[in-house]
Every structure is written in structure tokens, then in C-alpha cells.
Design a protein around this ligand. Sequence first.
Ligand code: SF4
Ligand code: SF4
Ligand code: SF4
Length: 259
Amino acid sequence: MSNYAILLDLERCLGCSACVVSCQAGNELDAEQHYISIREEIRGEGMALEGTFLHERCYHCADAACVAVCPTGALYKQDGLTALNVDACSGCGYCVEACPYNIPKLVNGRAAKCTGCTDLIAAGEEPYCVQTCPSQALMIGERDEMLARANCLIACDDSASRVSHVYGTDQYGGLGLLTVMRYPPESVGLPQNPAPIAQPIKLWQNVVQPASAGLSGLALAATAGAFIIARRNHRRELEEITQAPQNPETQPEAQVDPS
Ligand code: SF4
Ligand code: SF4
Ligand code: SF4
């Protein structure tokens, strides 16, 4: 089995949104629905003004909380990416609550997020977004190769202040979306040391789901109720963490060792 990752080099991104549009068209999404959001980050002033484009999309966590909580198997790991079978989604919204990056949404009562285009990959093709990008800001390949390429992009850059971070090397078991960026990930809202997956979610994945076939309806409902309360508490904790002011002295940067 392959272990793919998508490499997003924000230094090459033009902000053209071709990836957003091709993803919409290829996945037959409604015009107002999209799996990628792009925003501009502008810093400095006057002649020192500079900026970059930032993408919000599924990070394809190896240790994926959304997969752990999905009771129907609609979310699952395939070849390193987090796939979604919308037809199997019950619309419970557990994944929406569990994702540490706030990625899945409920659209028309079903989960919606980047599927990794796993069907295209299985057919030997690249995801729509990768196919369409005019500047090769997006690539897909074996994760080891993508990580090596990301590190090389940094090592080969001689403009010291640029392209100095890779996000996704270790978070949640290693992300299937590796992002190369000039700014420290923490400074654009990407935690270097994100909160671990809550114990109730782990319990749900490792104990409750396998045992659920043997539980009575009442016992299962009680366990599910406890889980929902626990995940809401976890969510509140996460919000408090992300809203707390960042102290650069206590928050290590995602500096990558190019060696
Ligand atoms: S970013 Fe969220 S939706 Fe994507 S794999 Fe991770 S937990 Fe799941
Ligand atoms: S991998 Fe596929 S589903 Fe995900 S953003 Fe790219 S085109 Fe859209
Ligand atoms: S298609 Fe490529 S260049 Fe255009 S916004 Fe997407 S990643 Fe950036």
C-alpha cells in the first residue's frame, strides 16, 4: 500500500484559485461549496510590504480524529490520505466536532471535505487540484519523497528569510498535506504542537466502536451520550488554547533542519 502526501509550496502559489475551481468541477460540488479556501496574508508596510497565500483544506492526518469518531466508516484512511464515502455518511457531525483543524462541514446533512481524490489516485491519475495548478505549487507522491522535496526546497533557497518552514512533518502522526511556507506556522494559526486527540475519541475508536455490535441499544446510547459530552468539553479546551495569546519564547518554530 502506498503512503501518499500532497505537497503545497506556498512560495509558488499565485492565488489564482484554479485548484478551487477544478476541485469544485471535478467533484461536482455546488457553486458555493468548496474543499479549499484561499486567503491572503499581508505583512509589513511601505516598500517592505510582502505577503503570501494561505490554504485551508484537509491536512490528511495519519492519526485522524475524524476517522476515529466516524461511526459508519464513511471517513477512512486510504494510501496515506483521508478519504470520504459520502454515501455512507449518516450526518451525525462527529467528525465536524472532532477535527482539530475545523475542516469538515455538514452540507445537505452529509460530511463534506477534501476526499484526497483517492478514486483518481487509484486509477493512476492525480487529484484535480494538482492537475490544474499552473505553477506546480501542488504535487503528489510518496510521502517520503514529498518530504525530501520540501526539505530540499528550503535547503536550496538562498534568500534566508523565505521558504523556511514545512508544516505537517510530525503533527498527528505526520500530515498527508505538507505545506512549505515562509512564515512560522504558529503565526498563521497552525500549531506546531497541536492538542493531542482527546482520550474520549481514542476510547471511542479503540473500545466502543469494536464493541458496539455487542452492546444493547440503551448501553450504546448512554456511551454515545458520554462521548458527545466529552468531545464538547475537549472542543472548548481547544478553543481556549487557540484563543490564548501565543508566546514566541515558549512556542517553538517549525524550522526545518535541511540536513
Ligand atoms: S484535518 Fe480534520 S478532516 Fe482532515 S484528516 Fe485531519 S482530522 Fe480528518
Ligand atoms: S485532492 Fe481532490 S478533493 Fe482534495 S482539494 Fe484536491 S481536487 Fe479537491
Ligand atoms: S492553482 Fe496553484 S497557483 Fe493557483 S491558487 Fe491553487 S495552488 Fe495556488
